[in-house]
Design a protein around this ligand. Structure first.
Ligand code: PLP
Length: 369
């Protein structure tokens, strides 16, 4: 049944190899491989400028950055979060000995539903950890209002939100901290990598200490920090990627618009709302396979596979279905009806800059047929 090469949900953006050579030559010449070398410093500054944020600390990956963000703000007890995310969101809480408390999502955005937060707050709650799912900004104002009323911190898992802007500039400036991932599958990648965005130099200094074992000077260690440093190779690759990011985002925008056009009349298939006024990054293209579509979601997923197209069911299973979470009272399905329904209906279609028009049309035709 396979017509051509397999198509995956994403293809990492890789600039031409020869463009990377001069960066490697520089690393070999100055012989600094890690520990905040010149490319690390350059990339921190370049990302602050590009993203429109004040301070940013690079990390070896997004998960270690999430773990460190919680440690930096000394979060303990219970944290309110979403079941509709990649498992690393909740894992970062367990790594800090924190109890996750799951609340349901909004049916339109699949982001944490702010109306569900207050009922989940207890005397142990210290923070909220929402996710800008698929890069759609959370209702940051509603979340901040609740956080202010109850004196809670807000740490955004912004792994999907590189370059996203909402009504008042970069979405990464909301909350106390935002965490990015630069994993190979993300819109902007450094092979592996991540970052914490923070509003002030003092917090950035603490984060920088925590990602370097907790060292504050040559002989003083103030906390059980981790090794979360990004290497010079990854940072140099990030500098190269930044030269191409605008073209990458423009091509993703085209693909997003084409899918919306091609799928417009298809009964039983719903696209999530488009970005509207916001500046999006088109990092994912989720569709919801509704009850009036001739196939189930898994039926369509299998049909794709039979044609060599490997879509992904993000996010299925829900985090709350995994064994380390499913026993929690907040993980019960009747607490999470919207997330439970979405996870049974969702499928993310291939979207990446080198996806050609012909393949995209073939994908849309498979859905429409
Ligand atoms: C990718 C991702 C992470 C983890 O980032 P890594 O860099 O792979 O460690 C965390 N949260 C979400 C929502 C993600 O998509």
């Amino acid at each position: 049944m396979r017509e051509t090469e397999p198509i995956y949900v994403t293809q990492p953006s890789l600039p031409p190899l020869e463009e990377f050579t001069p960066y490697l030559e520089k690393i070999w010449a100055n012989k600094i491989l890690t520990n905040g070398g010149p490319f690390h410093q350059q990339l921190e500054q370049a990302l602050c400028d590009y993203l429109g944020v004040k301070h940013l600390a690079l990390f070896t990956n997004g998960t270690i950055a999430l773990v460190t963000a919680l440690q930096a703000l000394r979060i303990t007890g219970e944290v309110i979060t979403t079941p509709y995310s990649f498992v690393a969101t909740a894992h970062s809480l367990l790594w800090n000995g924190i109890k996750p408390v799951f609340v349901d999502v909004d049916p339109n955005t699949l982001n944490m539903n702010p109306a569900k937060i207050e009922a989940a707050i207890t005397a142990q709650t210290t923070a909220i950890m929402p996710v800008h799912c698929y890069g759609h900004p959370c209702d940051v104002d509603a979340i901040q209002k609740i956080a202010d009323n109850y004196n809670l911190k807000v740490i955004y898992d912004a792994a999907h939100a590189f370059g996203v802007q909402c009504h008042c500039g970069s979405v990464l400036n909301h909350g106390d901290l935002s965490v990015l991932s630069f994993h190979a599958t993300k819109v902007f990648n450094t092979f592996e990598g991540g970052a914490i965005v923070c509003p002030d130099a003092k917090t950035k200094l603490r984060i920088d200490q925590l990602k370097n074992f907790g060292f504050v000077d040559e002989t003083t260690v103030v906390a059980p920090g981790i090794n979360g440093k990004m290497s010079e190779i990854n940072a140099a690759f990030g500098m190269l990627q930044l030269n191409h990011i605008d073209a990458v985002l423009a091509r993703r925008k085209e693909i997003d618009a084409t899918y919306r056009e091609l799928l417009k009349g298809v009964k039983g298939v719903r696209c999530l709302q488009d970005a509207g006024e916001a500046i999006a990054n088109y990092s994912y293209f989720p569709i919801l396979v509704e009850a009036d579509y001739p196939l189930s979601r898994d039926g369509l997923y299998q049909k794709f596979k039979d044609h060599g197209i490997f879509a992904r069911r993000y996010f299925y299973p829900l985090i709350t279905d995994f064994p380390m979470y499913r026993g929690l009272p907040s993980a019960q399905r009747d607490n999470l009806p919207v997330a439970t329904a979405a996870s049974k209906k969702v499928m993310c279609l291939p979207i990446y800059p080198s996806l050609n028009n012909e393949d995209q049309r073939r994908i849309a035709a498979l859905i429409a047929k």
